[in-house]
Design a protein around this ligand. Sequence first.
Ligand SMILES: Cc1cc2nc3c(=O)[nH]c(=O)nc-3n(C[C@H](O)[C@H](O)[C@H](O)COP(=O)(O)OP(=O)(O)OC[C@H]3O[C@@H](n4cnc5c(N)ncnc54)[C@H](O)[C@@H]3O)c2cc1C
Length: 541
Amino acid sequence: MTHDVQNQPRALENYNLYDGDAALKEGVARQGAGWAANDLADFGAASGTAEMLELGHLANKFPPEFDSHDRFGHRVDLVRFHPSYHQLMSRAIGQGLHSSPWTEPKPGAHVARAARFYMQSQIEPGHGCPITMTFASVAALRRQPDLAKTWLPKITARSYDPRNIRAEEKSGLTVGMAMTEKQGGSDVRANKTRAIPQADGSYELIGHKYFVSAPMCDLFLVLAQAPGGLTCFLLPRWRPDGVKNPLQIQRLKNKMGNRSNASSETELRGALAWRVGEEGRGVPTILEMVALTRFDCMIGSSAGMRMAAAQALFHCGQRSAFGKTLIDQPLMQNVLADLTLESEASLALTLRLARALDRPDDPHEAALLRLATAIGKYWICKRTPNHAYEAMECIGGSGVMEDGPMPRLFRESPVNAIWEGSGNVQCLDVLRALGKSPESLAALFAELAAVQGANAVLDRHVEALKKDLADPADAEFRARDLVDRLAVALQASLLVNDAPAFVADPFIASRLAGRGQHHYGALPRGADCRAIIERGMPAPL
Ligand SMILES: Cc1cc2nc3c(=O)[nH]c(=O)nc-3n(C[C@H](O)[C@H](O)[C@H](O)COP(=O)(O)OP(=O)(O)OC[C@H]3O[C@@H](n4cnc5c(N)ncnc54)[C@H](O)[C@@H]3O)c2cc1C
């Protein structure tokens, strides 16, 4: 019969995103959050239900809409979201993805939170933007104890309240971030927004912000020029007296990806704000926040890779061509194994840095975190688009169709690389770290030294890297080359230490043995692709 459906796989749903992810389970235990395993397994089971995955689909199918005024002419700056978005926000906040390491600090708290955020982002990454900003804002707000005392209890509360009312009336608050202006995003020193001191110690902000994501947040960290220079401010959406603070949304951005999340162009027309940190210290203050949002970009992109690889593996395990299941075709095995290796390497680096976040008082961990966050943010986020595309191709023509998850994964994939400091900016930050804190490079090489002798190819790579890093000539021009090599060295060392040899060996052989650039699916002979595929398979076929 023409319309008998044959050789079509079933959807990847009703599976456990934790139990079905060996690399995640092992990584969580290794990096110090084994105590969270049972809760993470429950979270993973709930994350993989058909209903939960559908929320992710709907939140993107019905993107947010903007109303500047109500029907009576009052300015409201209201962004309306599909109910699915609110359900995802509610779950994320209810689970403490925006605050658990702050409210329940203990060894492994960042690792456990990273694991949850990794699973939640696989359902839908767009709502992760306000979750991340709220989480990261805590680091900056701690610089201003009076504001921290007033606002942190509600910012860290596990209560999602999307109402468009003043913060004082709410039980839980979300925080956004407004730095970028038309004339400069990477170079925020070019900011022109002015901050005018008021008699009561507050400021009035006048200017325009070209990108303000999640504009329904209750509070925003904003950069503006005060008399003493570029300064960080906390700006409420509604003034405490109940009057709408004139942070006026002009329009929502028409984005290629990240559709569920609203991003806006916003005008500040004398908006009330409070200073965070000293005048003139805006960049270092907001960098406290940005260091954490950059880390979350690593989680988000690793999650995108995991979902893409999981979809490809599950599909190819069921689909046949030329008389054989795709997963049994040698060339497809090579592609699937390679996608799986990349995904595991990204997760390994992410969880390793979560462990470093858990140990801020350990000088080695702090030094490693300083350098490796820039390296990881650059490398992992940049590896994601091609990974998403290749996974899409594994699914064939249906992979391109909007009724499945692949187009969404693909459209989302470049975003993390661009915001929170684009690729070149990260590489320049690596050079800055090398210059300002040589101990960070020493920490990284100590990590690499720990696996010295385990793999000759990796050893040679590290020696060459050391030599090239010692040469300061044309460092800016060479920065991508150096950071690429640092990133893969670090990933390789983690896999050597922690993953089975059938994962680490082909990763190193394909990426470090000097065989040149290649597409996914060019693992050298001898790679045990079946073992890698079995390890990566998200659910029984
Ligand atoms: C979906 C989305 C949401 C966003 N949300 C927010 C938000 O909520 N709040 C906010 O403040 N911003 C937000 N942004 C803005 C984002 O942070 C900026 O776009 C980003 O920082 C880059 O700034 P830019 O667009 O001005 O590009 P530019 O600064 O003009 O950079 C363009 C390119 O030049 C490169 N470059 C810059 N300097 C150098 C150099 N010295 N050497 C070599 N190359 C260099 C950059 O890496 C980049 O590739 C968002 C962006 C997107 C895409």
